[in-house]
Ligand binder design. Structure first.
Ligand code: PXP
Length: 241
């Protein structure tokens, strides 16, 4: 069964709307853990629009499950990651204008730069994951740069309807099979919510689902503890079917 790892960026988005001290993503991480999440994810962006440097250091100290740091391959961010030593670093593309991470990393095009970042992180004993589209050429390139994990971008699946969604689900399965064949471990995430998570959670051999926006949005109405618990229950049920 895939682990549920909660991305808490949007707790920090709310805090940064006022640049005050609340709501604090550190407290949120603790509540997510109490509710049964199995990992915490945070994206330290270069523009610091939500998560701040102080957050990732406190998270690393306080959480019990494990910290997956989403990050670009910019030198300034790799330097922080090497100092911080999260349990896992997920390399993502980052553009200042985007609202959220758009598309996966182009490992084929940026192989040399990505390999350099992967090596620096792995030398420090950090597991490295690459956030990529479910495309065979990207998976093969991911293997070539030496990553241990890939995270399949589920955004195209999440945004599609009907037969197109079925096709996108098949793409995810084919991509996952290829990655496993190459000896990679597979996570998945982006755009997953209470309506669409079950089909992805039912795919065999996915280690972690990284989910943020839908859980934090639901938390506004039902509370964070319940929002996390309900997502975890959906994931568990999808495996019992
Ligand atoms: N995985 C990665 C690599 C991401 O960049 C994000 C968004 O920060 C997520 C998962 C979570 O996406 P969402 O907030 O849509 O659940």
């Amino acid at each position: 069964m895939p682990k549920l790892c909660v991305n808490i960026d949007h707790i920090a988005t709310l805090r940064q709307a006022r640049k005050e001290q609340e709501p604090d993503p550190i407290l949120a991480a603790g509540i997510c853990e109490l509710a049964g999440c199995q990992g915490i994810v945070a994206h330290l962006r270069e523009d610091r629009r939500h998560i701040q440097k102080r957050d990732v250091y406190l998270l690393k100290d306080v959480i019990k499950t494990g910290l997956n740091l989403e990050m670009s391959i910019a030198d300034s961010i790799v330097n922080i990651a090497v100092d911080l030593k999260p349990n896992c670093a997920t390399l993502v593309p980052e553009k200042r204008e985007e609202i959220t991470t758009e598309g996966g990393l182009d490992v084929v095009k940026k192989k040399a730069r990505i390999k350099e970042a992967v090596e620096r992180l792995q030398e420090r004993g950090i597991k490295v994951s690459l956030f990529i589209e479910p495309e065979l050429k990207q998976i093969e390139a991911g293997k070539e740069v030496g990553a241990e994990f890939i995270e399949l971008h589920t955004g195209r699946y999440a945004n599609a309807q009907n037969e197109i969604r079925e096709n996108e689900l098949r793409n995810l399965i084919v991509a996952k099979d290829k990655a496993i064949e190459l000896g990679l471990k597979v996570n998945a995430g982006h755009g997953l919510n209470y309506q669409n998570v079950s089909a992805v959670a039912a795919i065999a051999d996915i280690q972690e689902l990284n989910i943020g926006h839908s859980i934090i949005s639901r938390a506004v109405f039902v509370g964070l503890e319940r929002a996390v618990r309900e997502m975890r229950e959906l994931i568990e049920k999808s495996r019992k079917k």
